[in-house]
Design a protein around this ligand. Structure first.
Ligand SMILES: Nc1ncnc2c1ncn2[C@@H]1O[C@H](COP(=O)(O)OP(=O)(O)O)[C@@H](O)[C@H]1O
Ligand SMILES: [Mg+2]
Length: 232
């Protein structure tokens, strides 16, 4: 269970996240929705300790994460697929995957689990290519595989379908659904396109100006709410 209460985050003196609270149960799937600039990425970064400063409580399976440095939050079980993917372009696919294994708890092995190749067979073919030579969609698959390799309890995904060809988007959505439904990994997904959120997630949280303005079960996400908080 991920329990977040009154989470705030700052860029310098400016408060971009103004006290956000939500819970995601183990195996849950929360879609974080909202227009550009409302603070979705800031929320992900605050959960990981990557904002300039964050305040509030972040508890994962009873362990307090607030105040801890990013690597300790990763070891506690939070994986991250950042907006724009964040793979290392000059490192090979194998090296990028290896990096994921270093976010495991200390004492764990550093094997690249076959599961990632079952989910993304393309990665096995391209193990020795530089990450930067892959297409956008392939890099996104690499970023998700890297996050999986930390064996996290929760994966935060920030707009994984952004700028990716429709045929690959389907594959990526399938993989995210598999992570949640078959592997039992808790998912927090940031999305602008609500159709995937409606298909895959169990709950939603809508943001405006650094705050949550609505939340609930995904089937309670009415067209009226979408119109009010997401239409441009
Ligand atoms: N590095 C930064 N420095 C200062 N302000 C930032 C920075 N990153 C984001 N912001 C501001 O914080 C707010 C939320 O941004 P962000 O979390 O990226 O929104 P979203 O992901 O929902 O599009 C915006 O007003 C944005 O201008
Ligand atoms: Mg963003």
């Amino acid at each position: 269970m991920l329990e977040v209460s009154d989470l705030k985050a700052f860029y310098g003196h400016s408060c971009a996240l103004k006290g956000v609270s939500f819970n995601v149960p183990e195996g849950g799937f929360l879609a974080v929705l909202g227009r550009n600039g409302v603070g979705k990425t800031t929320l992900m970064r605050a959960l990981l300790g990557l904002a300039d400063r964050d305040e509030g409580q972040i508890v994962l399976d009873g362990a307090q994460l607030s105040g801890l440095p990013t690597h300790r939050r990763a070891h506690a079980g939070i994986g991250y697929v950042p907006q724009g993917r964040g793979i290392l372009p000059t490192f090979s696919v194998r090296e990028n995957l290896k990096l994921g294994t270093f976010a495991r708890k200390s004492g764990d092995d550093r094997e690249i689990d076959d599961r990632v190749f079952e989910l993304f067979p393309m990665l096995k073919e391209f193990l020795d290519r530089p990450g930067g030579n892959l297409s956008g969609g392939q890099q996104q698959q690499l970023a998700i595989a890297r996050a999986m390799l930390a064996r996290p309890k929760v994966i935060l995904l920030d707009e994984p379908a952004e700028g990716i060809q429709p045929n690959i988007v389907e594959q990526i959505e399938g993989a995210i659904t598999t992570l949640n439904r078959e592997m039992g990994i808790t998912i927090v997904l940031v999305e602008q396109d609500i159709s995937f959120a409606r298909r895959a997630s169990k709950t939603f949280a809508l943001m405006e100006k650094g705050q949550l303005v609505a939340s609930g079960q995904i089937d309670e996400l009415s067209d009226e709410l979408v119109q009010r908080h997401m239409a441009i």
